[in-house]
Write a protein that binds this ligand. Structure first.
Ligand code: NAP
Ligand code: HSE
Length: 430
């Protein structure tokens, strides 16, 4: 006889776990209408059984701090991993899959590193391992790439995938505050982690990009090979200067298909004010992509928070319940993804923003532009702040497209010049 309710267990009852529980309670009738079944939270694994909980589950739900209560319970259909981290979370997911339970997770850090291994384990056991909430919170980008755009070759994908970094840059751009004040605000509002390096150094966006590359290209671009540059300590001067030129600085995660190779990375970049991604402000996320059949598409929404992220977790649970057989975790027939053919960073081509701090004296500009010319870098615009002659002044150059190798060589040469006070500040321009 077909079951009338699905038993799930939550590992973790923090921001996302309580969000999921609230949606299940508030939308119970709606979910039943779609699935024909109830979703019942049978067990919840937490670290501290004595913690006072403000979100109250159904009275029959059992709290435990023993993970075997989840992985060894034959009456559970799905295990939902929402504790984060890479140790216990890995154990929960692998043991649940080994004991015949499909898994839903929001854990981008774990999937970025161990995704291929866990997908193989899920495939071997003919089970689902779903992860919509792992990238861009409530935005349905995983399902979009895996199913809705499955017939497209994805020519490019550019995302604002870290809400904390985007909030900091938006505050600095619109309210003229410095980096430390903006980070402090992000921490007060609960956007940034207590230790914010995952957010501001680009690693969180890199975890998410690694997952999206697999979905878009069916290839694994190992996290440790991905070029990653964050926004830590970004100078308000450069934000202001970018504004003067009609640009905003955003932390972007990007992958592009270039003659059979993938150019990918996380980096702060100048984008023009009328670019669609320039409108993505505060803690919001967005993904702009170009499919070879569908053309450009942009998805925009909340990249974090209890209800948006809980919404993505619930969509995975409902998809699993709807699937009778034939789980497809990667969007490709073969779950054993080959390595991507990775375009070396030195061959990437972008326009650039350079800020040099140099002595204001005759001949300096011509030496700087001469070095750039020798390295095949063509200048589009130059601005120099007016100061009395002989002082150090910032000089900003915007360039036409140039190869990274040439840029690095030119910057190295310029940084060694006697009239240069500090290493050049350097951003790419989209
Ligand atoms: P959180 O608020 O810190 O909650 C973590 C939960 O896991 C808590 O209930 C905690 O128990 C439990 N826990 C932690 N370590 C445990 C262990 N070793 N054994 C048993 N239970 C343990 O975390 P969260 O923000 O909900 O994030 C959960 C996951 O979702 C992470 O992978 C995160 O990256 C991802 N995610 C979060 C968001 C977001 O907006 N927060 C968005 C997208 C993805 P206690 O309650 O007893 O402390
Ligand atoms: N720390 C992440 C961000 C939220 O700031 O976007 C969860 O992915």
């Amino acid at each position: 006889m077909e079951k009338t309710s699905i038993n799930i267990a939550l590992a973790g009852f923090g921001t996302v776990g309580t969000g999921l529980q609230d949606i299940l309670q508030n939308n119970r009738d709606w979910i039943k209408k779609r699935l024909g079944k109830d979703i019942n939270i049978k067990k919840i694994l937490v670290k501290d059984l004595n913690k006072v909980r403000t979100s109250i589950p159904d009275p029959h739900t059992i709290f435990t701090n023993n993970l075997e209560d989840l992985t060894e319970d034959p009456d559970l259909d799905i295990v939902v991993e929402l504790i984060g981290g890479k140790t216990t979370a890995y154990e929960i997911i692998s043991r649940a899959l080994e004991s015949g339970k499909s898994v839903v997770t929001a854990n981008k850090a774990l999937l970025a590193e161990k995704g291929p291994e866990l997908f193989n384990l899920a495939s071997k056991n003919n089970l689902g391992l779903y992860y919509e909430a792992s990238v861009a919170g409530g935005i349905p980008i995983v399902q979009t790439l895996k199913e809705s755009l499955a017939g497209n070759r994805i020519k490019s994908l550019t995302g604002i995938l870290n809400g904390t970094a985007n909030f900091i840059l938006s505050e600095m751009t619109h309210n003229q505050i410095d980096y430390d004040s903006a980070l402090g605000e992000a921490q007060e509002l609960g956007y940034a982690e207590a230790e914010p390096s995952l957010d501001v150094d680009g690693f969180d966006a890199a975890h998410k990009l690694t997952i999206l590359i697999r979905l878009a290209h069916g290839e694994d671009y190992p996290l440790h090979m991905l070029p990653i540059k964050g926004i830590r300590g970004i100078d308000p001067y450069d934000i202001g200067k970018a504004k003067d030129f009609g640009y905003q600085i955003k932390l972007l995660a990007q992958v592009k298909e270039k003659s059979g190779s993938l150019q990918a990375g996380v980096f702060p970049a100048l984008i023009q004010n009328d670019h669609m991604l320039a409108k993505v402000d505060g803690p919001f996320n967005a993904v702009l992509l170009e499919g070879n059949a569908v053309g450009p598409i942009m998805l925009y929404g909340q990249g974090a928070g209890d209800l948006p992220t809980g919404s993505a977790v619930l969509s995975d649970i409902m998809s699993l319940v709807n699937k009778e057989t034939g789980y497809n975790n990667t969007g490709f027939v073969d779950s054993n993804l080959p390595y991507a053919n990775m375009l070396q960073a030195e061959h990437t081509v972008f326009k650039h923003y350079f800020r040099f701090t140099v002595k204001d004296r005759p001949g300096v500009l011509s030496i700087l532009s001469g070095i750039m010319g020798e390295h095949n870098i063509s200048i589009a615009q130059v601005v120099q702040k007016q100061e009395s002659e002989g002082q150090f002044v910032p000089v900003v150059f915007l360039t036409h497209s140039a190869q990274e190798k040439d840029v690095q060589n030119a910057l190295q040469e310029i940084n060694e010049l006697s009239f240069v006070k500090a290493p050049a500040i350097h951003y790419v321009i989209l």
